[in-house]
Design a protein around this ligand. Structure first.
Ligand SMILES: [Zn+2]
Length: 323
């Protein structure tokens, strides 16, 4: 084989791989409602839908319906569809999630409902789907998650959800919460990272688990195409600052998509986390439980110290009075 032949053969062999690795394109140019400073005076539609492409939808609950304004993701395959998370509002009259999702699906297509993690703002809509004949809702507790994905060596392991001509990889990413998993859609190259990685406060329950999760995510994705990293919320403004906590008004909100570069930078940022509150490389990391405990300890010290001073003061006065 001469050089040109070898080159041609290499190109021929590489072509199908390259063609396969090319993710299906989609529209990341999203426009979300900014909520309102006074939601009563400015009523808003509760649920917004962004069409990424014909088989991929990004849904978001309005800031005026819940300050969490969580994102949900609908991936449609040939034999079933997958909904990742069900949001923060249960009442179907206030939040017509199931109705909207079923309206986006081809008639009769079964729906599998899963969660990034068990926090209420990611699963409050579950009961809306539990009543539907074509939908199956996976439990959110750790035992159900391990059982459904067959994660015998949690937090190790990799599961595959076959939607029919579309495979979604799932792997454990605990740290924010012990039940957290993340999803990689091979079809679009989108990585759905829940609250493990999002443009906002990274609330960390277990820092060691979170670091290990970040390393696993990097190892899994470093050689794969990642069109975007899509998390559970947006809590940052366009200038890199944080939106006020529990604010229902985001007039200058940052865009939702994060990048592979952000993901690759996550392990180092997490390793610099001081265990309470740290800002590093554009990430804000917080351990709310520890801060609460430290605050509780502070309050206790103030109370005990105050009592000690009071007892000393009373004793001194008594001694003086006796003298
Ligand atoms: Zn959460």
């Amino acid at each position: 084989m001469n050089r040109i032949q070898a080159f041609a053969l290499a190109g021929f062999l590489a072509f199908p791989l390259a063609a396969q690795a090319q993710p299906a394109p989609g529209d990341l140019n999203m426009h979300w409602s900014e909520g309102a400073a006074d939601c009563k005076a400015h009523p808003q539609p509760p649920l917004q839908v962004h069409r990424y492409n014909a088989t991929t939808y990004i849904l978001r609950e309005n800031l005026c319906s819940t300050f969490e304004a969580p994102f949900m993701y609908l991936l449609i395959g040939q034999t079933r569809a997958l909904l990742i998370d069900t949001g923060d509002v249960g009442d179907p009259k206030a939040m017509p999630l199931a109705k909207t999702v079923m309206g986006l699906l081809p008639r009769g297509l079964p729906l599998l409902v899963v969660h990034t993690h068990r926090h209420m703002d990611h699963r409050a809509g579950d009961p809306q789907f539990a009543r539907l004949p074509n939908a199956r809702v996976v439990g959110y507790d750790i035992a159900s998650v391990k059982r459904f994905y067959n994660f015998a060596q949690w937090p190790e392991g990799l599961a595959h959800l076959d939607l029919g001509g579309r495979v979604v990889d799932v792997f454990p990413t605990p740290g924010h919460n012990e039940t957290e998993v993340s999803f990689y859609d091979r079809n679009t190259g989108l990585f759905f990272s829940g609250d493990f990685l999002m443009p906002g406060r990274l609330l960390i329950d277990d820092a060691r688990a979170d670091i290990a999760s970040a390393h696993r995510a990097v190892a899994f994705l470093k050689d794969k195409p990642v069109s975007a990293v899509l998390g559970g919320h947006i809590e940052m403004n366009a200038h890199g600052g944080l939106e006020p906590w529990e604010s229902r008004y985001h007039p200058d909100e940052r865009a939702l998509p994060m990048t592979k570069v952000d993901l690759l930078a996550l392990p180092a940022a997490l390793e610099s986390f001081n265990g309470f509150y740290s800002e590093s490389g554009g990430f804000t990391m917080i351990n709310p439980l520890r801060i609460l405990k430290a605050f509780g300890l502070g309050v206790l010290i103030v109370i005990v110290g105050g009592l000690w001073l009071l007892v000393r003061f009373v004793r001194r006065r008594r001694r003086r009075a006796a003298a």
